[in-house]
Design a protein around this ligand. Sequence first.
Ligand code: ZN
Length: 468
Amino acid sequence: MVKKIIIFLLIILILTVSVAGYYLVFKDNIEIGLNGELEYTLNVGDTNFKDDGIYLKNNKKIIENNKYYVKRDGNIDFNKIGNYYINYTVTYRNKIYSISRKVNVIDNIPPTLDINLEEINIDYCSKKSTKELIYTANDNYDGDITDKIELIKENNKYIFKVEDSSHNTIEKEINVNYLDKPKNVFKINGNNKIYVPLNGIYNENGVKYTDGCGNKLDGVNIRGVVNTKEVGTYKITYEVNGEKNLIREVSVYDPSVSKPTGSKVIYLTFDDGPGYYTNKILGILDKYNVKATFFVTHQFPTYIHLIKDEYDKGHSIAVHTYTHKYNIYTSVDTYLDDFNKMNDVIKTYTGSYTKLLRFPGGSSNTVSKSYNKGIMTELAKRMTDDGYIYFDWNVSSGDASANPTTNKIINNTINGVKNCTHCVILMHDIKSQTANALETIITSFIESGYTFAPLNETSPTAHHSINN
Ligand SMILES: [Zn+2]
């Protein structure tokens, strides 16, 4: 009986081994797997991803993939952070096998942080940076993240921090310096040397005395007196505790016997009048005993008689034009008609003709081109040949511009004379702004010691180059 059982068990064993053997040797044993890494991590924007594909094994033996149908799906957006899957599907002997691979697109590049200053200097007075601080942050993925910058102000440094949406951070710091208190300012207002005509007015313009932040300080002691009724050189001394004394020299001169030693001669010239403002201008010139030159016109007949006043007060009278219309440049004859008509008017009021003139628009004008090409060249020669002297200018007050301000005229004129020693200044006595600017201009020139003179036949002509 025992023997039978053993035989039976043996048969079972043999059958089992045989079946197992069959399966081991002949049955498909398919294994699908990924070539390369199981999971890839790419930086956003990096498109150099190489798909290594899959393998298929049957009973540990590689089956060549390309013999079978492999389907792949799943898109990767390399420009967008995320986890992506590539799914591979293989059909082999009517059976489907699949596997997927994970691809992570990440951002691990920190933002950039730009700061315009290498260090910050804090002004003592304003308590602010002497230069504007500008900082920006940019991220390869998020773009402009300037608004995410965290600025931590410590006593001696500023710390800038910024983090992008993937938690990449950057940090920079710059040093903060506190500037010392600037020195006090102590200086003379206006010129150190001033000229005052005898019996004229000395204006005490004082000094500027402030702390380094521009706050006015007290304690200026002014010593010295100017006697404008006596010719001489006077010294005004300005004293402040702890500062070197400042001295202004005031020269009172007698204009009837001497001229100030200033280096410039000023020829004030007024075009286009006489007109409404001529009287006011004559009054200011009288007040400072300044002689000027009027290039007259017949544009405002109501005021034409003022030519006599101008002449009687010692100013030079010269022809500008009768009509002040540019069609006078149509021909030499039309110009001469206009010119002679004006010179006749001058003779009526002064008793004599003048040899002096200024072309409307100056000899350099180009407006005459549209009336007659080459007319200015012709006229300049013709008038000179006939014994006349034409004048241009080397300083323009700018009062002929569309809307000149009084201050602009003052600045143009005072700055303009910096570049000349014989300064022929173009102004117009038909402008209120010119009349308003004149006194400041004259007193500034007197204080600087400049001499005023009317133009005559031997004066500098300040010629421009002719453009037509
Ligand atoms: Zn003019």
